[in-house]
Design a protein around this ligand. Structure first.
Ligand SMILES: Nc1ncnc2c1ncn2[C@@H]1O[C@H](COP(=O)(O)OP(=O)(O)OP(=O)(O)O)[C@@H](O)[C@H]1O
Ligand SMILES: [Mg+2]
Length: 1009
């Protein structure tokens, strides 16, 4: 349809299950019939139907032929193989190129959905790009005419973090990347991008191989995986046609082939609810692409005055002609078939549905070659004139000179014969890569053991092979290392490998971070064939041993997922989360999704920690599984989700981030790190710091108190253990619930009633929370505070006062609930629900913080510093004294309880001796000590230990300060006093603990007798 409107053609393709999805026992939620694709919601089985130009079923129904190529397994199979995709899509691109139309083909979809498989392919299953190139050269061979010269050139670039990198340039490039410029004829283009003339498919294959190696090296260096970067390959095809009169016409076509970053990076939902609203540059191109597509779809739908935001990102600038411009464009939307990816797959389908509405206007690019030269000459003259007029002083003279140089180089290209240009390109390739040398490199890993890289992106795994010659091989940042590797957590000299000829050993240098088969390497160790190695935070290698040990395809199992699972397992990650899916229940499905989220977060977290360390941010991140059950009054099994605990190791402040927020912040951290690596000065302001957040209150734990006994008018007066999200004990809380009479007085035990007796009468009760013990949150860090919150359904939560810096807190919270007239529903409610008591941690703003944590620096600092630290320590001692008094009180209560127990026991024994039958036997675990009391004692001793730890820390500090302040008499005297005071506190404490221990031992001894 030359000159008319061309809709963007859209194809969707669904791939087979991957190993992860198989492990999860995934169900397939995609079905296809003709051109329509149906997706089923696994939660409620509802379906949505979409129709596209092509719907490709590549999920099953295939077999591998003798060449390793996947083909349909029978006549009736609807499996779509690579060849068929090329025939439908690639052939069209080629035909267009021959006619002089620009063409673009881009692949969209979530990470691992099959974009690169369709575009580039794997091994013998070549994708559209190589087949198109191969077919182009085949066609050139059969179209060789004297009057026609056919020229093909190739370029390959990557966009990461809004920077363009030329993948055909070996070695380091400017950190800012190549510039995007615009000119009226060509639109946006990449200035200085290598455009290599090629004369055969073989040459393209070599260039692509080199481009992939460059991409892989960059990805380990910059910590950017391909799932976060975009790759654009451009094939420029010129046909120079000479007519009988000797004049020539140039028909040209640019074929842009784009492998996009994983689509899950496109939405910036992580930013919602986050203080840092702006998205990171890492996702800018992809989210802008989405906006461009939406705007173009709106325009196609008749909407007026829509601005298409091409200029907002590098990718959309470069794809401007492909989207809504002079190009015939195809989009392949790659789909995962698995139920666990439902949300992402649905969003890909919606995206594809919008893209198909876009209207382009492709025109044949053909003009007389002479005219091109004339235009360039005219442009040159204009530029010279402009330069002459303004002299060299004008602001834009640099830019004019650059344009002049660019023009001259274009003219010189035109003046050269195509053969000359090919020859130049061949020579340059040999200079850069050395034909022979490259062959030798290949041969080396065939004879020596080697390391091969493992990447999250299968396309980039196994691309780099680093041979380990006999003797020593050094890995590290240093340029003098045998293999210079950069990346998070990599030291100047990181790892030393010694190959004796028969044995290969690996040794960390200066306690560098190395993991072998998931375990941290402490000293020299022998490597065995297929050992899994991790250097720093993200450099993964598989060790391939001596030639005799290798078996065909034995490396295949050790992919990125294997590495991650192994590392996680050795870190004690709860693999039990991976609930096997016996049936298709949603619970299991969700649990598996949480498990996968957790596993996917681990490498991200380890990178975030490494960035924090390198940028000296002092933050530590940890993934945790949060269960909602702790907030639910019916204690139902709540949904689980992954959350990230962020701790400032210096100030001990803690934050909890959602997965989305963490990923958003992680992108910003990465961006910050890239800037740092490029030598930029990082802004000091907190406002834009992804590591910083204002302090917030933390959920520490909760307990459930059954309300059932109220229906019998029986009081509850017990200690409850508060558990955090992960089931760990956080503190012990005393909770009392008393039924009240009409006047608001406590009802005694004699008032026990049957629930139905309450019907129709008014009823009220009091919830009282007098105290809480063993608050770990505060004993870990004295600048923190706690408060509790009482949650009753249909009522506003009731909050206690905040108690600061004490592990034993007096809350004195009292709250009355009144029911005017008791109905059956009210009784039912009390019988089935519980009261939820939550404990929340408060943290002081850094500005308000009076407390400073112990730091040895102060000792050698000036005496003002030491004095202010001493003040804080004095304040801490006071707090400790207060704590001791409260602990004494608790000690006294415990003793009283012990005495009561003792008396009961004595009575029981007495009765038994007299042959009087007693109440049902006590459960064996409760002999001599009831469970609550045992628990309370445990907490008490734990508390004491924490306090003792603090005292000894204080003593150390005082001693150090005293030794360090020899020239300050007053200070020395004051420190001496402090030391005496501390000794006193310690003695009191020890006495206290010893006396309680004695009492407990006595009671237990008596109970056993
Ligand atoms: N149609 C298919 N047939 C067989 N295997 C496939 C198909 N599509 C994808 N795969 C396999 O799925 C895995 C992931 O595919 P691929 O690397 O193409 O994903 P991607 O979308 O490019 O991911 P990323 O965003 O990480 O680059 C590969 O191992 C690939 O071999
Ligand atoms: Mg890919």
């Amino acid at each position: 349809m030359p000159g008319g409107a061309d809709s963007v053609k859209v194809a969707v393709r669904v791939r087979p299950f991957n190993q992860r999805e198989k492990n999860a026992g995934s169900g397939c939620i995609i079905s296809m019939k003709g051109d329509s694709t149906t997706i089923k919601n696994p939660e409620n089985s509802s379906t949505k139907i979409f129709s596209f130009d092509y719907s490709y079923w590549s999920h099953d129904g295939c077999r591998e032929n003798e060449d390793g190529v996947f083909i349909p397994n029978s006549e009736s199979s609807n499996y779509t193989d690579q060849r068929r995709v090329f025939q439908d899509l690639g052939q069209g691109v080629l035909d267009n190129a021959w006619q002089g139309y620009n063409a673009a083909l881009f692949a969209y979809g979530q990470t691992g959905s099959g974009k690169s498989y369709s575009m580039i392919g794997y091994g013998p299953n070549k994708g559209i790009v190589p087949i198109t190139c191969e077919e182009l050269f085949k066609a050139i061979e059969t179209n060789k005419e004297n009057q026609k010269q056919l020229q093909v050139s190739f370029s390959m670039l990557e966009i990461y973090n809004e920077r363009v990198k030329d993948l055909l340039v070996k070695g380091k490039q400017s950190s800012e990347g190549l510039k995007i410029r615009q000119n009226p004829q060509a639109g946006f283009y990449v200035d200085g991008l290598k455009n290599v003339p090629v004369s055969s498919y073989k040459e393209i294959e070599k260039l692509m191989e080199q481009g992939t190696v460059n991409r892989t090296t960059a990805s380990t260096n910059m910590n950017a995986t391909s799932s976060r970067s975009h790759m654009v390959i451009t094939i420029r095809f010129n046909q120079v046609i000479r007519n009988a009169g000797g004049e020539s016409n140039t028909r040209s076509s640019d074929i842009n082939l784009v492998d996009l970053a994983g689509s899950e990076r496109a939405d910036s939902t992580g930013a919602t609810g986050d203080r840092l609203k702006e998205g990171s540059a890492i996702n800018q191109s992809l989210s802008t692409l989405g906006n461009v597509i939406s705007a173009l779809a709106d325009i196609a739908g008749g909407k007026k005055n829509v601005l298409v935001p091409y200029r907002n990102s590098v990718l959309t600038k470069l794809l401007q002609s492909a989207l809504g411009g002079n190009s015939r464009t195809i989009m392949i939307a790659a789909l995962s078939p698995a139920d666990i990816n439902y949300d992402e797959t649905l969003s890909t389908l919606r995206y594809a549905d919008r893209a198909k509405k876009i209207q382009n206007k492709a025109i044949v690019n053909e003009s007389p070659t002479d005219r091109l030269i004339r235009e360039l000459k005219e442009e040159n003259a204009r530029l010279m004139a402009a330069l002459g007029k303004g002299g060299s002083k004008t602001d834009n003279s640099g830019e004019l000179q650059r344009l002049l140089r660019e023009n001259e180089s274009k003219m010189s290209d035109i003046n050269k014969t195509w053969e000359q240009r090919l020859e130049e390109a061949r020579k340059e390739w040999e200079r850069g890569h050395g034909g022979l040398e490259h062959e030798e490199e290949q041969a080396e890993w065939r004879t020596f053991p080697y390391f091969t890289n493992i990447n999250e992106d299968t396309q980039l795994s196994g691309v780099v092979k680093l041979s380990l010659h006999v003797g020593e091989t050094l890995f590290g940042r240093s340029t003098s290392a045998t293999y210079s590797i950069r990346g998070l957590g990599i030291q100047e000299k990181h790892a030393l490998i010694t190959n004796s000829g028969s044995r290969v050993t690996l040794e960390p240098v200066n306690e560098s971070k190395i993991y072998v088969n998931g375990v941290k390497l402490k000293s020299k160790e022998e490597l065995h064939h297929l050992s899994r190695i991790k250097f720093g935070s993200s450099c993964l290698y598989l060790y391939v041993g001596q030639v005799n040990d290798r078996k065909p395809n034995d490396e295949k199992v050790y992919d990125y997922d294997f590495f991650m699972a192994e590392l996680a397992e050795h870190r004690g990650v709860a693999i039990d989360l991976q609930t096997p899916r016996v049936n298709e229940s949603m619970e299991n499905l969700k649990s598996y999704v949480v498990f996968q989220d957790f596993m996917d977060l681990l490498p991200q977290i380890s990178e975030a920690n490494a960035i924090s360390l390198e940028l000296d941010k002092g933050m530590n991140f940890q993934a945790e599984i949060k269960t909602q059950a702790s907030h639910d009054s019916q204690q139902q099994q709540g949904t689980k989700e992954v959350q990230i605990k962020a701790t400032n190791e210096k100030t001990k402040k803690v934050w909890v981030w959602s997965r989305e927020k963490f990923l958003h912040r992680k992108d910003l951290m990465e961006e910050m790190y890239c800037k740092y690596m490029d030598g930029e000065i990082l802004p000091k302001s907190r406002d834009k710091d992804p590591f910083w957040d204002p302090v917030e209150d933390m959920f520490l734990g909760s307990c459930h108190v059954m309300l059932q006994s109220l229906t019998y008018c029986v009081e509850t007066d017990e200690h409850f253990t508060l558990h955090n999200y992960h089931g760990k004990e956080e503190a012990v809380m005393k909770v009392r619930i008393f039924p009240l009479d009409e006047k608001g007085h406590y009802l005694g035990e004699e008032s026990i009633v049957e629930p139905r007796e309450l019907l129709g009468k008014p009823f009220s009760y009091e919830i009282s929370i007098p105290e809480c013990m063993g608050v770990r949150w505060c004993s870990e860090e004295r600048s923190r505070g706690v408060y509790c919150k009482v949650l009753l359904d249909n009522q506003q939560p009731v909050k206690s006062q905040t108690v600061w810096g004490k592990s034993y807190c007096d809350f004195n919270l009292k709250y009355q609930v009144k029911e005017k007239k008791v109905r059956q529903e009210f009784i039912d409610y009390l019988q089935t629900h519980s009261l939820v008591v939550e404990l929340w941690g408060s943290q002081v703003n850094e500005e308000d913080q009076i407390h400073h944590t112990f730091s040895g620096n102060g000792v050698n600092g000036n005496s003002d510093d030491v004095l202010s630290q001493m003040k804080n320590k004095e304040y801490e001692i006071e707090r400790l004294n207060e704590d001791i008094n409260l602990l004494k009180k608790e000690n006294f209560n415990l003793k009283k309880k012990l005495d009561k127990q003792q008396t009961q026991l004595d009575m029981k024994k007495h009765r038994r001796a007299k042959g009087v039958s007693s109440a049902p036997p006590v459960a064996s675990g409760d002999i001599g000590l009831d469970a609550d009391l045992a628990q309370a004692l445990r907490v008490f001793f734990k508390d004491m230990k924490a306090v003792q730890g603090q005292i000894s820390e204080l003593k150390d500090f005082v001693k150090m300060s005293r030794n360090g302040s020899s020239d300050n008499g007053n200070l020395k005297q004051s420190l001496g006093k402090q030391e005496v005071k501390l000794q006193d506190v310690e003695n009191k404490m020890s006495g206290c603990v010893a006396s309680l221990k004695d009492s407990v031992t006595n009671t237990l001894r008596k109970a056993k007798r």
